[in-house]
Structures are given as C-alpha cells and as structure tokens.
Design a binder for this molecule. Structure first.
Ligand SMILES: NC(=O)c1ccc[n+]([C@@H]2O[C@H](COP(=O)([O-])OP(=O)(O)OC[C@H]3O[C@@H](n4cnc5c(N)ncnc54)[C@H](OP(=O)(O)O)[C@@H]3O)[C@@H](O)[C@H]2O)c1
Length: 247
C-alpha cells in the first residue's frame, strides 16, 4: 500500500534526506515549512525520486493558531496519515540566550511548545485511526543539561519527556511514537559549529537512520546509534566530575 507522509519542517536537511527514502517507495507527501521557494525545490526533488504526489503548505510554525486547519488540510489531501515526521527546530546561541530572554523564549516556543501543540492534535487523530507513526526529532542535548547548550537542551529534554508520555498513551492504539535523538549532524543549523571528525554525521547518514527507525517503529533512536553509548556515559558521569568538565 502507498504510504502517506506528513512532514512538518520539511525543508530541514535531515527531513529532506529521510523523505528521499519514502519517495523511492512512491509515497504521497504533504510537506509543511515556512519558505515557499525551498518547499518548491523539495517537492521537485521528491517527485523526481519517485513520489506519487507532493502537496506543499508554507507556514511559519510560530503561529500555533493555524495547526488544526493545517492537519485538516493534510488529511483532506492525503485521505489518511500513515507517518508524521516533525523536524523543525532552532539552535539558539547559548551565550546570547543567557543575556536575552527573548532568544531563550523562542527556543522553548519552537523546539518544545509548538511540537506539543502539533502532537496533541495529531494524537487525537491517530487514536481514532488506531494505527500510524508519529516521529519527532528531539536531541541528545536533552539527555543531560550542559553549560554549553542548556537552553536548547532544556527544550529538547522537555520534548523527550513529553514524547515518552505520548508513546505510552498511544501504545494501546497501535500508534508508534518514535523519539529521534541525533548527535552532531551536518546541516544549516550547525554550519557555524562543524569541525568534522568521527562524532559528526552527514544529513544523508542521519536521514537513512531516521527512515529505518520509522519503518521499524523504534521507541527511541540515537542517530547515529553510537550516541546511545556516549549519552549513557554522559548521563552517568558523577556530579563531582561533571562540574569540572566542559564539552
Ligand atoms: N544538526 C544537528 O546536529 C542536530 C542535532 C540534534 C537535533 N537536531 C534537530 O534536528 C531537527 C532538524 O534540524 P537540521 O539539523 O535538519 O537543521 P536545519 O536544516 O537547519 O532544519 C531546521 C528547520 O527548521 C525550520 N524552522 C525553524 N523555525 C521555523 C518556524 N518558525 N517555522 C517553520 N519552520 C521553521 C527551518 O526552516 P527554514 O529553512 O525556513 O529556516 C529548517 O527547515 C531540528 O529539530 C533540530 O533541533 C539537529
């Protein structure tokens, strides 16, 4: 059966790479992002790669009031939603966010609150459908607060906790909630940080791993998988040592 895929934040590097795998399976897409030009390019690319149909919707996701009609539009277009991937996000400059609350607030609003607002609408839909997959990109940054990025990490940590609860709520309805936790991935978001090295993955590698996690319905997917071990170490580092290290 042809899969129907709703992608929020569809112009994100990782979302685009994930979608390429669904396009090969001739999926039907409803793509949402704020930049209509970028959306047009993603649409063309997915159609070239085999997608059966691609509908786009340009929306600034800071406007929560549009969410219910957005999901209705996606449903009208797709008929049903098999898979949702939520990928939008912002990475604030930690030092600036410490000084200007407005920046911290935007991070919490986009990385945390907007995703909750969307997921609650989608959860209601999925409960009625009694099937489907809701995959959301959180981050390893949410696993333990660190001085270098705790404002971003707080939003992603809150998001991870929220998704854990949603996973349990939707399990009896046969709906898979997939919590995706990437480590360092090369993308426009991290362009200013990229130093290369073994801890960095390409968006292509991340997209393939996200696709596999969605297909398998994994509750939690570290991207790449070796981050599970790294974060186990980070989470279990004793406080006495943790306060002396900076990373
Ligand atoms: N890259 C990493 O190392 C890394 C690690 C862990 C988690 N993540 C998470 O992975 C997800 C995807 O990020 P990425 O690495 O693929 O970076 P990216 O290519 O920069 O994607 C971020 C996306 O979010 C969209 N966005 C931000 N604010 C928005 C708004 N108000 N309305 C609509 N769209 C908005 C951006 O749209 P525009 O193109 O219009 O700006 C962009 O498409 C994010 O949730 C990020 O937090 C990334």
């Amino acid at each position: 059966m042809v899969k129907t895929v709703l992608v929020i934040g569809a112009t994100s590097a990782m979302a685009k790479e994930t979608c390429k795998h669904f396009a090969k399976e001739k999926a039907r897409f409803f793509l949402v992002a704020r930049d209509a030009n970028k959306l047009g390019s993603v649409k063309l690319d997915l159609l070239t790669r085999g997608a059966e149909s691609v509908t786009t919707c340009a929306l600034d996701l800071a406007d929560f009031s549009e969410y219910r009609s957005l999901v209705s539009m996606a449903l009208k277009e797709l008929g049903r939603i098999d898979i949702t991937l939520i990928a939008h996000g912002v990475l604030p400059d930690q030092k600036q966010a410490q000084k200007e609350f407005k920046i911290a607030e935007e991070s919490i609003r986009i990385n945390f609150l907007s995703v909750i607002a969307l997921c609650e609408i989608l959860a209601e839909y999925y409960e009625n459908q009694q099937a489907g997959c809701l995959a959301v990109i959180s981050s390893v940054a949410g696993d333990r607060g660190r001085a270098s990025n705790y404002i971003y990490g707080a939003a992603k940590g809150g998001l991870t906790r929220y998704l854990q609860g949603l996973w349990q709520r939707l399990a009896p309805s046969h709906v898979n909630v997939v919590i995706i936790k990437p480590g360092f991935v090369e993308s426009p978001m991290t362009q200013h940080l990229q130093g290369g090295g073994p801890l960095w993955a390409t968006a292509d590698t991340a997209g393939r791993a996200i696709y596999k996690a969605i297909i398998k319905g994994k509750p939690v997917a570290y991207i790449p998988a070796f981050w599970k071990g790294i974060m186990w170490g980070v989470i279990h580092t004793p406080h006495a040592i943790f306060k002396r290290v900076r990373f």
